[in-house]
Design a protein. Structure first.
Length: 482
């Protein structure tokens, strides 16, 4: 399997090269040259690690099956407590794919516990001996998951940039207390889009690469702009489908809809890959919060980031520039020239409009909706009081949108984070006045619901803060060159 750039279809690289590079030249994203076909009948009874091995083997063809078998077994075993790909019934026809049973309590663990292994192996395959410096922009969950995955690895350095005052207190503490000498964490004076744009500019700056190369350092990324972040996420769509069939919730071959709380478009795009591989997926429903740029785009074909940015109770979705949408545009239009023009227009004007044929192709697979703050809170309370299901703010957005978009097919909502990562908002939604601190709120939420907060979160307030530096977006370049 070779990989092309969304902005230069003539470029071809191996999977290992795509993962080591992270970003293609001219800020393009690497995409597979074809969609491999899934062997659904052979896969349906596999364990999660075994299923991951089979999916990855179709895309990462320059990696040995022995390596992939070992890497997936080590990744999706004990660290997920036997709950990798857990699919839980909520009420009739509605299910939650719980992706927060990993070590950092968010769906990013599925990729970022495996991706470091893929990167280290890729360097071996390519004979690379330089230090890899990974730059990560995060809206909350990616940062900690990446730090946890890459901490302590030889030949790897990682720098994480998050929006100052733009994450929950739990998310911030997960990052700034990270141990290990090969990690750095910076708060950026701005929002996630400022951090992500700053990181992308570093990758596009040839002078940065040249300066680092003199010191035998090369840049890479752990954001979902890196193919190594995206490919592991394809697996849990297959796993969820097989579990629904196993439970009698869906007939074999019957389409299933998925609703995904979406910011940077990577998680839902993984579902599109699963569908193109032959999984019976009906609609992929893109659920946005008040920053509903994706909802408007999927409905109209116009992407317009020239709008007010809102800080919400679902901060991982507080994004106006959704990077992975570029991959979808390439797949449905088949034109790197069109994608380059749209992305250039977005950078210059803040907006672009796709042609009618491209929009129709997107709407074949995708639907969209959004939920405001009041609706999000109402949904948390409704799911708990009516179904006994406790969810976080991001998942609540998806539940609300899923109900509005449901048809006859079973609907699976991707539950992307533990409710204890956002305890004040969840507690308030349940009608209880929340304490001012997250840890007091976490204890109060445990007491109210009888649910137990993950141990890794309860211990955070006892860990020393290691990183407190706040930088301007334009200082990201200097940090990358340190």
């Amino acid at each position: 399997m070779q990989y092309q750039s969304t902005r230069d279809s003539g470029l071809r690289v191996s999977a290992a090269e795509a993962i080591v590079r992270g970003l293609a030249p001219q800020s393009g994203l690497f995409v597979p040259e074809a969609f491999p076909k899934a062997d659904l009948a052979a896969w349906k009874n596999l364990s999660y690690p075994e299923l991951a091995r089979e999916v990855l083997a179709l895309y990462l063809t320059d990696y040995s099956r022995e390596f992939l078998a070992g890497a997936t077994a080590r990744t999706y075993g004990e660290a997920f407590g036997g709950k990798a790909g857990e699919t839980a019934p909520v009420h009739e026809g509605l299910y939650a794919l719980e992706l927060w049973h990993g070590p950092t309590c968010a769906f990013k663990d599925y990729a970022l516990q495996l991706m470091p292994k893929l990167l280290v192996e890729a360097k071996k395959i390519l004979g690379r001996t330089e230090t890899t410096r990974i730059l990560v922009a995060t809206s909350g969950d990616t940062g900690k998951a990446a730090l946890a995955g890459y901490a302590g690895l030889d030949g790897i350095e990682i720098q994480v940039f998050y929006p100052n005052a733009g994450t929950s207190e739990i998310q911030r503490l997960q990052m700034v207390t990270q141990e290990s000498e090969n990690v750095q964490v910076y708060a950026v004076d701005g929002n996630f889009d400022d951090a992500q744009t700053g990181v992308k500019r570093v990758f596009a700056d040839a002078s940065v690469g040249a300066e680092l190369e003199k010191r035998n350092i090369r840049l890479s990324s752990a954001n979902s702009i890196n193919w190594g972040r995206l490919v592991p996420q394809i697996v849990y769509y297959f796993h969820a489908y097989f579990r629904l069939v196993e439970q009698g919730a869906a007939a074999w071959g019957q389409p299933v809809d998925f609703c995904v709380p979406t910011g940077n478009f990577g998680d839902i795009l993984a579902g599109y890959y699963a569908k193109r591989m032959g999984l019976p997926v009906g609609k992929l429903v893109c659920a946005s919060n008040r920053n509903n740029v994706l909802t408007d785009f999927i409905r109209t074909g116009t992407y317009d980031a020239r709008r007010e940015f809102y800080k919400t109770s679902s901060p991982s979705m507080d994004i106006l520039i959704s990077s992975n949408l570029e991959r979808l545009l390439y797949h449905v239009s088949g034109s790197s020239e069109k994608v380059s023009a749209w992305m250039r227009e977005l950078a210059q004007t803040g907006t672009y409009t796709v042609d009618a044929e491209t929009l129709a192709a997107i709407q074949e697979s995708f639907a969209a909706g959004y939920a405001g703050e009041a609706e999000c809170a109402e949904e948390i309370r409704a799911r708990y009081e009516q179904d006994g299901y406790l969810c976080d703010t991001h998942t609540a957005v998806a539940f609300r949108v899923a109900e509005a978009c449901r048809g006859e097919a079973p609907m699976v909502v991707l539950s992307t984070a533990s409710p204890f990562k956002f305890p004040r908002d969840v507690l308030a939604a349940l009608g209880t006045q929340a304490p001012s601190g997250d840890f007091a709120a976490m204890a109060a939420l445990e007491q109210k619901t009888g649910a137990c907060a993950p141990q890794s979160l309860r211990e955070l307030d006892r860990k020393p803060v290691r990183f407190s530096k706040i930088i301007a977006p334009e200082q990201i370049r200097a940090a990358a060159l340190r």
